[in-house]
Ligand binder design. Structure first.
Ligand SMILES: C[S@@+](CC[C@H](N)C(=O)[O-])C[C@H]1O[C@@H](n2cnc3c(N)ncnc32)[C@H](O)[C@@H]1O
Length: 277
């Protein structure tokens, strides 16, 4: 495997940080080395310095950074992950937002699943929406699933999952929203139709500014790979993307409060959620 010196690691991790917002500390040197080795083999580059040069000065359209991004992201996910949060969404937040919309005569619902990986979370949200709100099909209702990793987005498109991905799906939902096919499970077309897939880098300001009018943002288990500064920038964008009275859900270890005071913490029985006032 080609060598990666500490200086080269620093140069690479700085590039990755600037373009993707992902923060790699020196403990990740071996991880990055193996990923870079893969890219170098694919490109037929022998010297690490030549690869770094290409990434820094000879990648005008960002194609090589995209190829590297596909290798350095962590994509762990499964359906109905962090069930308690989903209960708060299903039992309190979603009904509240829907009745406010109905009272105003609105018939649109927009949910952004940011950092959707292979799509399990987006389809989980689509199942919950249909369950809580059977009229969803007659509304203009979309779950916008975005990720930087192109390979993951093709999994979202395929909407085909193995046993591990569906292990936590309640039985009733499994029968209703998925179809068993060979060893796998296919998401039923009605549920697939609610999910719109988009490639989006959370660190791309222009792309982030185009995201507006959302009623919910789910960005769970994504910002743990960012540092405080890049996390704050992303959360500020989420704030602008949300309508007043809308909710943001981050992963358990990623409190919004640490980086911004813009959202208000709200309690529904034992559940704590963040709302934009
Ligand atoms: C661990 S997965 C989380 C999946 C899902 N949200 C969940 O909680 O199960 C993290 C995802 O964030 C994506 N990601 C990381 N950095 C990103 C960036 N700068 N822009 C968009 N997506 C990013 C990764 O590609 C990966 O699929």
């Amino acid at each position: 495997m080609p060598e990666l010196s500490v200086e080269q690691f620093q140069s690479l991790s700085q590039q990755i940080y600037q373009r993707l917002g992902l923060h790699f500390d020196e403990k990740k040197i071996y991880f990055l080395k193996t990923r870079v080795a893969k890219r170098m083999a694919a490109l037929g580059i022998d010297e690490t310095k030549d690869y770094i040069f290409k990434l820094n000065y000879s990648d005008p359209e960002g194609k090589e950074m995209q190829a590297l991004a596909n290798l350095v992201t962590t994509n762990e996910t499964y359906m109905f992950r962090e069930y308690e949060q989903l209960q708060a969404f299903a039992n309190y937040c979603l009904p509240e937002v829907l009745s406010a919309k109905q009272a105003r005569g609105e018939r649109t619902l927009r949910i952004w699943c940011a950092g959707c990986s292979s799509g399990e979370e987006a389809y989980t949200l689509a199942m919950i929406v249909q369950e809580v709100f059977p009229q969803a099909q007659s509304w203009d209702c979309k779950i916008v699933a975005t990720d930087i990793d192109e390979n993951m987005l093709s999994h979202v498109k395929a909407a085909r999952y193995g046993e591990r991905a569906v292990a936590d799906v309640p039985d009733e939902y499994l029968q209703k929203y998925l179809i068993e096919n060979d060893e796998d499970w296919l998401v039923r077309p009605r549920t697939v139709a609610l999910v719109e897939i988009r490639h989006l880098n959370l660190h791309d300001r222009t792309a982030m500014r185009s995201m507006r009018g959302f009623d919910f943002v789910f960005c769970r288990n994504v910002l743990i790979y960012f540092d405080d500064l890049s996390r704050k920038a992303v959360i500020d964008h989420f704030y602008n993307a949300l309508n007043p009275g809308s909710y943001i859900f981050l992963g358990h270890s990623e409190s919004v409060g640490r980086v911004t005071t813009a959202f208000r913490l709200k309690r529904f029985e034992s559940h704590l959620v963040y709302v934009k006032e």
